[in-house]
Design a protein around this ligand. Structure first.
Ligand code: SF4
Length: 254
C-alpha cells in the first residue's frame, strides 16, 4: 500500500469543497477574474460534470494536489501574519451576487484607515522571477483581488507573492499595495457575469479576453499560457457555440 495513492483524491475533495460546495458551479468566481471568458465557462461546466475536457497531461494528480496543499498552508500562514498586524482583520471573507461569488484571503484596515483586501499567491521560482522582473502583480491576480475589493467596499488591494523554492540570494516574498483599478475591475466583473450567464444558458462563448476576441489560442496570449483547456478550445473552434443537453451533458449543437 502506498499512502501517496490516496493523496490526490483527498486534496481534490478539499479543493472542490472550498470552491463549489457552498454556491454551486454556475457563478463567476473572483478567482476566475482576468481569465478569458471561454476558459471561465469551461471551468464552470467541468465542475458541474456537464462537459468532458481532454486531460491536461502536463501535471499528474499528485503534483497538482501537492501544489494545492502547499498553497493552502501558505495562505494560512499569510492570514496569521495579517492578523498579527491587525487583530481586527477578517480572513476568508465571502461575498456573492446573483451571478458572482468569491472570498478575500484577508481584509485589514491600514494605518490611514483604508480597507484593504489581501490576495496571497504561492508560486514557483520561475513565475516569481518573471513577476520580480515585471515589477507588478499578474493581471489576473490583480483582477481577482480587485473584484473582491469592489464587492467588499475596500479601496485598496494588497497582493503578496511567496516563492516556494526561492534561491538564498533573493527574498521569497514580493508585495504590492495598490488602489483598486476601478475601470479594469468593472470590465472583469462584466466578463465574469457574461461567463456565468453563458454557462447557465449552455453556451460556449467566444474567446474573449480583455475585450478582444482571440482567433487562435497560443502562448502569445497571456491567458492561454496557463489555460488547461487548449485542446478543447481548439476542438470547439472560434465563435459562439450553443450546446444541447444530452444525457446530462452539454454537447455542441450539431
Ligand atoms: S486556450 Fe486560450 S482562448 Fe481558449 S479557452 Fe483557454 S485561454 Fe481562452
Amino acid at each position: 500500500m502506498r499512502i501517496a495513492d490516496y493523496l490526490p483524491p483527498a486534496a481534490e475533495r478539499l479543493k472542490t469543497e472550498r470552491t463549489f460546495l457552498t454556491d454551486g458551479p454556475y457563478y463567476g468566481r473572483a478567482s476566475m477574474a482576468g481569465q478569458c471568458v471561454r476558459q471561465c465557462v469551461y471551468s464552470m461546466l467541468l465542475a458541474a460534470g456537464r462537459i468532458d475536457v481532454p486531460e491536461d497531461g502536463s501535471r499528474d494528480d499528485l503534483t497538482r494536489s501537492t501544489a494545492f496543499l502547499i498553497g493552502d498552508a501558505i495562505h494560512t500562514w499569510v492570514q496569521e501574519a495579517v492578523r498579527l498586524y491587525d487583530p481586527e482583520a477578517t480572513v476568508e471573507e465571502a461575498w456573492s451576487t446573483d451571478l458572482l461569488s468569491g472570498h478575500a484571503d484577508a481584509v485589514y484596515t491600514d494605518e490611514d484607515g483604508a480597507k484593504v483586501v489581501v490576495e496571497a499567491k504561492s508560486m514557483s521560482a520561475s513565475y516569481f522571477h518573471s513577476a520580480m522582473a515585471g515589477g507588478k502583480p499578474r493581471y489576473d491576480h490583480l483582477m481577482q483581488a480587485g473584484v473582491s475589493a469592489y464587492m467588499l467596499n475596500a479601496s485598496k488591494v494588497h497582493v503578496i507573492y511567496i516563492c516556494k523554492n526561492a534561491p538564498r540570494s533573493i527574498s521569497p516574498t514580493l508585495e504590492w499595495v495598490l488602489e483598486v483599478p476601478q475601470f479594469e475591475v468593472m470590465m472583469a466583473i462584466e466578463a465574469l457575469e457574461y461567463a456565468a450567464q453563458s454557462a447557465r444558458d449552455g453556451v460556449i462563448p467566444a474567446r474573449l479576453y480583455q475585450g478582444h476576441e482571440i482567433d487562435l489560442p497560443g502562448d502569445e496570449h497571456t491567458c492561454c499560457r496557463w489555460c488547461p483547456y487548449t485542446e478543447r478550445c481548439l476542438m470547439d473552434g472560434p465563435g459562439v457555440h450553443p450546446l444541447e443537453l444530452v444525457d446530462d451533458k452539454w454537447v455542441v449543437h450539431a
